[in-house]
Design a binder for this molecule. Structure first.
Ligand code: MEV
Length: 440
């Protein structure tokens, strides 16, 4: 039976586990064993993970795979991917190899501006608010200097602060809409610290501003927070080749493949039901690299999907065309990433993943991640418009089913061989395991 507990976070790790297993599990020893089998023997490493969050009871493993042979702007990369979905790394590797022979991926960072807002309420004359804003803007920037000076020394900092009138949507609602350049940092802490300082200065200076009536002086700060919508932190990734070079087997001509591929992209451009799945496939690649490199996949997901709806209807994040016999497939996608700060300096695997990527700047990582998304989408559409995806998916899924039935190495070998020429379905695999076990 569930019950509440107070002061849980203050319990030791082992007391936390005791409470969980005694409260929720009938087989307490088994539950404890499962939790503890993921503890790391290296105490320092375990402590590091314990301290990432509150109430850590164990570690949650995801496989970290790599997809080699990505040629991006004429440099070769092996891309690290942390993901549980069986076919993603295989699909990325296939797409990398396909484009390796056709000139590779070309990428370009279009912009790197990030946004944060102070949301506030003001009930009074807008002209007075505007003149107060003009007066206070340099003070906002000056008061934030202790926070911005290091970033400025490296070439970043506050780009601008605007006053935005949102009273058409909510009575009395305004914003300080600020833009930032955070260089190699994702910048969430930097931006939020700046915003909270702006809010303090804005409120305090408002109380002293002689142009305001007593009522107008009472500016009410609602909240100060960065935006994960980053339409001006944009990167482009592209592949292109002659249509005739697209075929790499006898099953389909380059022309037929290109035509079907462009049709599939066009459908995702106009049909939201398809666009969501299409973009989900792109995010398979993007999230896996974001996780491996210690970035915030929730922030990226939120920003990317908002961007996909920017014209008022959810649409594809990739585009394709055939012009004068040349097939071009590209994405322009907002990615606010960091390669310094946060987990990047802390998590040993994240550091390793970044070293594998030649220690990229945030701009370089934006390009690599965009390529991972484009490659993933290419692989998905290539399967969908030719063989269908189930053939490849079920081949990868075979190992999951075999593991579920605790197949030993010999059984795995025999059944992998068997399913090279037989269709993989869950029931076919179960049947084959049973038959094999009866025979032996
Ligand atoms: C599965 O994780 C992703 C796909 O559904 C993407 C797509 O349909 O384009 C294969």
């Amino acid at each position: 039976m569930s019950k509440t507990i107070s002061g849980f976070s203050k319990l030791s790790k082992s007391n936390k586990i005791d409470w969980i297993v005694n409260t929720y599990f009938s087989n307490t020893e088994e539950a404890k064993r499962i939790l503890k089998q993921y503890w790391n023997n290296n105490e320092k490493l375990q402590q590091l993970h314990d301290e990432f969050i509150e109430n850590t009871v164990t570690n949650y493993y995801l496989p970290l795979g790599v997809a080699p042979n990505f040629l991006i702007n004429d440099t070769l990369y092996t891309i690290p991917m942390a993901i549980e979905e069986s076919s993603v790394v295989a699909a990325a590797s296939k797409a990398a190899n396909f484009w390796l022979d056709r000139g590779g991926f070309k990428t370009k960072v279009i912009s790197t501006t990030k946004i944060g807002q102070v949301h506030f309420m003001y009930h009074g004359d807008f002209k007075k608010l505007q003149s107060f804003f003009n007066y206070v803007k340099p003070i906002l920037i000056k008061d934030a200097k202790p926070i911005t000076k290091n970033m400025e020394a490296r070439g970043g900092g506050i780009i601008d602060i605007e006053l935005r009138d949102k009273t058409e949507d909510i009575n009395g609602y305004y914003q300080l809409h600020a833009s930032f350049e955070t260089l190699d940092a994702m910048g969430a802490n930097f931006i939020n610290s700046c915003l909270e300082q702006f809010a303090k200065t804005f409120k305090n200076e408002g109380l002293l501003f002689e142009g305001f009536s007593e009522e107008e002086k009472q500016i009410q700060i609602v909240m100060s927070i960065l935006s994960n919508y980053v339409p001006d932190c944009l990167v482009r990734a592209e592949v292109s080749c002659k249509v005739e070079d697209l075929s790499d087997n006898d099953l389909i001509s380059g022309e037929d493949f290109a035509t079907k591929f462009v049709q599939a992209v066009n459908i995702a451009e106009i049909e939201p039901y398809r666009a969501v799945t299409h973009n989900k496939g792109i995010m398979n690649g993007i999230d896996a690299v974001i996780l491996a490199t210690g970035n915030d996949f929730r922030a990226v997901e939120a920003g990317v999907h908002a961007y996909a709806s920017r014209h008022g209807k959810y649409s594809s994040l990739t585009h394709a065309k055939i012009v004068d016999g040349i097939f071009t497939f590209w994405t322009e996608i907002p990615l606010a990433l960091g390669t310094v700060g946060g987990l990047t300096n802390l998590h040993p695997l994240v550091k390793l993943a970044l070293e594998l990527l030649h220690k990229p700047s945030a701009k370089e990582l934006m390009q690599i991640v965009a390529v991972a998304g484009l490659a993933q989408n290419f692989a998905a559409l290539r399967s969908l418009t030719t063989t269908g995806i189930q053939q490849g998916h079920m081949k990868m899924h075979l190992m999951n089913i075999l593991n579920q039935f605790e197949a030993n190495e010999k059984e795995k070998e025999i059944l992998t061989e068997h399913f090279k020429t037989n269709t993989v379905t869950h029931s076919a695999v179960v049947e084959a395991i049973k038959e094999l076990r009866v025979k032996n």
